[in-house]
Write a protein of this length. Structure first.
Length: 460
């Protein structure tokens, strides 16, 4: 067993973006048309990767099918054909960055139903009525917190559209102001016991900056906060963050302080494929996080071409359990981004989940899914059944606008083509699902408005 990662291997983080495509050695070996294709797609879709992903996770003998290549490199087929051809023509005619940018923007706005404003729409209010940006509060117990300094990632997933919010980076004082708003909000919400740091990826922040956000939550006056979660893909895309970065040890000390304060600390790690756990340093990252008393819980969406494969999920969950991580959620990818490219029928997502679940011991069956984060709540596809001769989806809320809805089974007509919650219709000839009338009525009154606020998918 290789446990210890020698210090001399330490290499600083090196990002590759669209401008660096010709500097990626493995890509330079490919025909120019292929590189132009990636470049053209990368004007429209998020592209950022790093030397670790390129050199240690991607199997270059298997591109373009390689799952990690699909996960991090924009592909021509992710765009509509005419959109791709328009971008490719501009790239090949060496159009000005301004022209390319304008064409890309035009396509982006059509690709993404919520290009901007999703976060703005979901802003909770402080008791004095003032708006609180950077926080979403959908389920009573848990608030999502988006530190402004954590709005980027060590690499971008091609299936993610959060890059719309990957914007400017500010200074430490800003962190202090943001956290002050969060603290006031938490104190106005007695049921709130769990704060989830999300992004982007909060682990792109230096340990001192992350500490400036986290430590104020540890004060004894805030004993209502019992749980702190950090959603991150760093253990997959940049495990060095926990092992070799200059402030990796400071990070572990911060985690230890959270645990010592009596809180549960959960690192919600996004792993899409077992390849991301195949390197010694990826294992070491989990070992180091766990050594602080933090729990590593894992989640990812199921998407075509990356992980639409029961064997991959079974291997992923087995490996996580072996390393002491706890499989938590399998998500269905929400309807943003290059959806035609990645989406798969709900029946298929459920079949993959079930087949993988059958291959792991009970310790791996802590995972729940496939789950859709939809307007009324997190909806689990529990199975396909036949009831009085009608084929139905058995559904259940894992989280809901109204906590009374949680756990109650409900049924949708079987539809082999449905890929998202909105495609589903009630079974047994009913006109609407049991919660719909109430969901409409929740729309009244200011506090209810807040509960209705839709949230970004917690990829992290
Ligand atoms: C998933 C989610 C949470 C956390 O839900 P848990 O079931 O506690 O993991 C919180 N807020 C939003 C908006 C979510 O989508
Ligand atoms: S899924 Fe997470 S890690 Fe991937 S690009 Fe989106 S926010 Fe970043």
């Amino acid at each position: 067993m290789q446990h210890h990662v020698p210090q001399q291997e330490a290499a600083p983080y090196r990002a590759f973006t669209r401008r660096d495509i010709d500097r990626i050695a493995a890509l330079a070996a490919l025909p120019k048309e292929v590189r132009d294709g990636i470049r053209a797609s990368a004007w429209v879709l998020p592209f950022r990767t790093n030397a670790y992903v390129v050199e240690q996770l991607i199997d270059w003998s298997r591109i373009p099918e390689d799952p990690i290549f699909q996960l991090t490199f924009p592909q021509p087929e992710m765009l509509a054909r005419h959109d791709f051809e328009r971008m490719l023509a501009l790239v090949q005619s060496e159009a000005s960055p301004r022209e390319l940018q304008a064409a890309a923007r035009d396509i982006q706005l059509r690709l993404n139903p919520h290009p901007a404003g999703q976060r703005e729409l979901n802003v909770p209010r402080l008791p004095d009525g003032s708006a609180l940006s950077g926080v979403q509060h959908k389920y009573a117990q848990t608030a999502l917190f988006f530190p402004s300094r954590g709005q980027t990632c060590h690499a971008y997933c091609t299936y993610c559209f959060r890059w719309a919010q990957f914007v400017g980076i500010d200074d430490l004082k800003f962190a202090a102001r943001e956290i002050e708003g969060l603290l006031r909000y938490v104190q106005s919400q007695p049921e709130l016991c769990n704060v989830l740091f999300t992004g982007g990826d909060p682990m792109v922040m230096r340990s001192a900056v992350l500490g400036a956000y986290v430590e104020p939550l540890l004060s004894p006056e805030l004993s209502q906060v019992r749980e702190i979660r950090i959603g991150t893909k760093a253990p997959a895309y940049w495990p060095q963050r926990f092992v070799q970065d200059p402030d990796a040890d400071d990070l572990l000390r911060l985690f230890e302080r959270v645990v010592a304060s009596g809180r549960h600390l959960a690192v919600m790690a996004h792993y899409s494929h077992p390849r991301e756990l195949s390197t010694p340093i990826a294992e070491e990252a989990i070992r180091r996080i766990r050594s602080t008393g933090a729990v590593v819980r894992t989640q990812a969406p199921v998407v075509r071409r990356v992980n639409d494969d029961a064997a991959a999920w079974a291997e992923l969950w087995r490996k996580q359990v072996q390393l002491g991580a706890v499989p938590y959620y399998m998500f269905v990818e929400r309807d943003t981004g290059p959806r035609q490219y990645f989406e798969l029928p709900l029946v298929r997502a459920h079949a993959i989940f079930n087949e993988a679940l059958g291959q792991v011991s009970g310790l791996g069956r802590t995972v729940r899914g496939p789950s859709m984060s939809a307007t009324p709540g997190k909806v689990l596809i529990d199975g396909v059944a036949r009831v009085h001769g009608e084929r139905v989806f058995v559904l259940k809320f894992l989280q809901a606008r109204d906590p009374d809805w949680v756990g109650r089974p409900f049924f949708a007509r079987y539809d082999p083509d449905a890929t998202w919650f909105d495609d589903l219709r009630p079974a047994f000839g009913e006109r609407e699902f049991f919660f719909e009338a109430q969901l409409r009525s929740l729309g009244h009154g200011p506090r209810r408005q807040l509960l209705l606020a839709d949230a970004a998918p917690p990829a992290e």
